[in-house]
Write a protein that binds this ligand. Structure first.
Ligand SMILES: N[C@@H](CCC(=O)N[C@@H](CS)C(=O)NCC(=O)O)C(=O)O
Length: 154
């Protein structure tokens, strides 16, 4: 049975992390964002109240009866199933840690455009966005590039 990947149609967004893993694994999947009525299907899924493991937001992946949300958790699941991550638990955890750090970076990059909140358009918070972006660009983002690789001694 193919996986079903649910994400917003028309944008790459966080869905792209999952697509990359699925493609790398050569997995059989349906990209639901490319199916007819994709947005309505996604919204209907998000509104379901009968799910044992509901998701806060897309992307989420359906594998038969298994439903996984949160990009990093989906990648953890796919990494295990398709041998994309190391077998050694410490190294597998390191890969997961990197992905969680990337998730933080994605969230912070998003917030540069929506510093006052996601309920406001970027156009409604341009001065604050410029201020936040200056700090993000000049100080914050550097910290992400200082993460030391696994091969270096702790
Ligand atoms: N922590 C979640 C964030 C998911 C997320 O924010 N998804 C966005 C699209 S990329 C969304 O649709 N958000 C709607 C919402 O948070 O209500 C992840 O990494 O998957």
């Amino acid at each position: 049975m193919p996986y079903e990947l649910y994400y917003w149609p028309g944008i790459q967004g966080r869905g792209e992390f999952v697509r990359l893993a699925l493609e790398e694994a050569g997995a059989n999947y349906i990209d639901m964002a490319r199916e007819p009525n994709a947005e309505a299907t996604l919204l209907a899924f998000l509104e379901r109240t009968d799910l044992t493991h509901p998701s806060l937001a897309p992307p989420f992946l359906k594998d038969g009866h298994v439903l996984v949300g949160q990009t990093a958790a989906i990648l953890l699941y796919l990494g295990d199933r398709h041998g994309l991550a190391p077998k050694d638990p410490a190294r597998r955890l390191w890969v997961h840690q990197i992905q969680l750090t990337i998730a933080d970076l994605v969230g912070e990059a998003h917030d540069t455009h929506h510093p006052l909140g996601g309920d406001l358009y970027y156009e409604e918070q341009k001065p604050e966005a410029a201020r936040r972006t200056k700090w993000f660009r000049e100080e914050r983002i550097q910290k992400y590039f200082l993460i030391t690789p696994e091969s270096q001694p702790a």
